[in-house]
Design a protein around this ligand. Structure first.
Ligand code: FAD
Length: 332
């Protein structure tokens, strides 16, 4: 286990905000995980589990507890798919599966982060989500100090949600994941933006690596690279509506996407219609290609984010009557 002290959270998160963390423990074995939680308990310090920091926002005052990061890496084939250690970079996992012709996560290409965080908010993109293929996760349960396996149904997945970021937040440390992936390819029709790209570029390869190439190109055009332009990806969640509310929204002329996962209004559309596209708010640029993304151009304080967020949510609420929920987690 590597023990670090007084590390700036801004250096551990892609939004690049946040003061010092008292301890940052990087765990390299399952034994280390138990020791790390034991260390925090011994000194009565709070814990926060961190991955790559692509969905986490730091606060100016920092964190006077123990941040624990999974540094266990490795991917191997199993009878039903692949087993992945939680410290593996997620996109390496997708590349590994695609190179073996395994389908199920190719549309999740280029999502920044570590594999251990993927089930936490049930990462999803372009019609796939990890809950569709997640068989089980191996965890350390910090409340009972035991190692366990949680199956797909234990995790109670929904849109950007699982027990790991709701009822059992910060309780389970994800050590590894078992993904159920099969040889094959995604079935058409694909997600709208993939279909559009295919017809614009005359694509014919829909193998896992073919779709990976398409998704990577779409994302590169639309989403800022967090290493170049600090962001936490989509800062707001999309709006999901009941059938009745979807009809009301359609009567008002709002674009409602009716898909397998429910009736959705893209919050980026709401933000654009509210006049924020490309605007700079308190150091945060509303990305002009995907308005859900706030890029930290010059903000140094969490308060700047609070001000930018409330301007956007307030105006969207006044105009449309929808309240935008924040997607990234706050490190506190
Ligand atoms: C440019 C950009 C694009 C993005 N695009 C998408 C997208 O298309 N779809 C999507 O779903 N997300 C997207 N995201 C969000 C982000 O990439 C995902 O949420 C990713 O899974 C975060 O991984 P991380 O390792 O950075 O997690 P972190 O931000 O470090 O942590 C996120 C949460 O997971 C918990 N956690 C982390 N590791 C573990 C572990 N080992 N055990 C238990 N809990 C853990 C943390 O406590 C925290 O609650 C995007 C982000 C960026 C910056």
């Amino acid at each position: 286990m590597r023990v670090n002290e007084n590390i700036l959270i801004s250096s551990l998160t892609t939004m690049r905000l946040g003061g010092p963390a008292r301890y940052v423990l990087e765990v390299e074995t399952p034994r280390d995980v138990a020791d790390a939680f034991g260390f925090a308990a011994q000194y009565r310090l709070p814990t926060f589990i961190l991955g790559y920091g692509a969905n986490t926002i730091g606060h100016d005052e920092g964190f006077s507890g123990v941040i624990i990061i999974n540094r266990m890496r490795g991917i191997s084939e199993t009878d039903t798919g692949i087993k992945v250690m939680g410290g593996e970079y997620w996109d390496n996992v997708v590349a590994y599966a695609c190179d073996r012709g395994l389908t199920g996560i190719e549309a999740l290409s280029k999502i920044p982060g570590l594999a251990g965080a993927a089930p936490v908010q049930n990462i999803g993109a372009y019609g796939q989500q990890i809950s569709d293929v997640l068989e089980s996760i191996d965890v350390y349960d910090s409340s009972t100090q035991t190692f366990k396996t949680l199956t797909q149904s234990d995790l109670n997945f929904s849109y950007r949600q699982s027990i790991l970021n709701t009822t059992e937040r910060n309780r389970y440390f994800v050590i590894s994941l078992n993904l159920n992936l099969k040889p094959g390819q995604m079935l058409r029709p694909f997600y709208n933006s993939i279909e559009r790209y295919i017809s614009d570029h005359n694509c014919t390869d829909f193998s896992p690596n073919g779709v990976r190439t398409i998704v990577s190109a779409i994302r590169a055009d639309k989403l800022p690279d967090p290493l170049v332009k600090p962001s936490a990806g989509s800062f707001f969640k999309n709006i999901y509506l009941s059938n009745k509310d979807a009809e009301i929204a359609e009567d008002k002329g709002y674009p409602v996407h009716r898909g397998n996962d429910g009736n959705k209004i893209n919050s980026g559309w709401l933000i654009e219609q509210a006049g924020f596209k490309g605007k700079l708010l308190h150091g945060f640029r509303v990305n002009d290609k995907a308005c859900l993304v706030l890029i930290n151009e010059s903000a140094r304080s969490y308060n700047d984010l609070v001000k930018a967020r409330s301007e956007i949510t307030g105006k969207v609420y006044d105009k449309f009557g929808y309240w935008l929920d924040q997607e990234p987690v706050e490190l506190q």
